[in-house]
Design a protein around this ligand. Structure first.
Ligand SMILES: N[C@@H](CCC(=O)N[C@@H](CS)C(=O)NCC(=O)O)C(=O)O
Length: 218
């Protein structure tokens, strides 16, 4: 398997399949396409006949070009990794929250770009406050479920945790208020060895993107 991603410091969509593969112990090679700094993504997309977006996964002659499609593909290919919970109620909730992340939280995403290298306190706009309240509600919904022991939304790590992994960086990086349940989950996500590996790589990157660093006070 070969995963094409962008900057570890900034690319929120790249983090989602990357962290899921690492936590699930799925071996893969990776190529980083720094699209603000060179034409590598443009060239890749032209050759592949794809939109110039990452992540993209290549496996056994197949090309999968969207974060959620990649995560679903991994769940199909590695059933033993249990990337979805088996309980139907929990699975339905996890799928809804995953889909909501994939197509929603526009204010939070627009106002607070993922930037693993920052730790500042920034007051959220009214629209982002609504997104943060929505996060608190989702975390409360998960906490009320019958589920296996564990620090993650469905007990053990699943796709829904991967989908919100960049939200963890936004909330902790800009010190945004959500809820105690969210903060406990964020702590567990940050403690994952894979997340620490991602952070170390983010810090080692020499690229910077001024428009994002400005928001982050860097
Ligand atoms: N919905 C897509 C979004 C992918 C996306 O927007 N990726 C960003 C990087 S985080 C990208 O490739 N941007 C390139 C560009 O806009 O030029 C997915 O889930 O994979």
């Amino acid at each position: 398997m070969h995963l094409y991603i962008a900057y570890k410091n900034y690319s929120s969509w790249s983090l989602r399949p990357w962290i899921a593969m690492k936590v699930a112990g799925i071996p893969f090679d990776e190529t980083l396409l720094p699209f603000y700094h060179d034409d590598s993504l443009k060239t890749f997309a032209e050759v592949e006949g794809l939109p110039a977006k990452v992540p993209v996964l290549k496996d056994q002659g197949r090309t999968i070009w969207d974060s959620l499609a990649i995560l679903e593909y991994l769940a199909d290919q590695y059933p033993e990794a249990k990337l979805w919970p088996s309980d139907p109620t929990l699975k339905a909730l996890a799928r809804c929250a995953t889909a909501e992340m994939h197509s929603g939280f526009m204010a939070l995403r627009g106002e607070f770009p993922m930037n693993c290298r920052t730790n500042v306190t920034v007051a959220p706009s009214e629209a982002t406050q609504k997104d943060l309240q929505r996060l608190a509600k989702i975390w409360a919904d998960f906490s009320q479920q019958q589920k296996p022991e564990g620090d993650f939304l469905c007990g053990h790590f699943t796709i829904v945790d991967a989908m919100y992994s960049a939200v963890m960086w936004r909330v902790t990086g800009y010190n945004l208020p959500v809820s105690e349940e969210f903060d406990r989950w964020a702590k567990a996500m940050l403690a994952l060895p894979a997340m620490q590996e991602w952070l170390t790589a983010s810090k080692a990157e020499s690229w910077s993107v001024a428009q994002y660093d400005k928001v982050a006070g860097i």
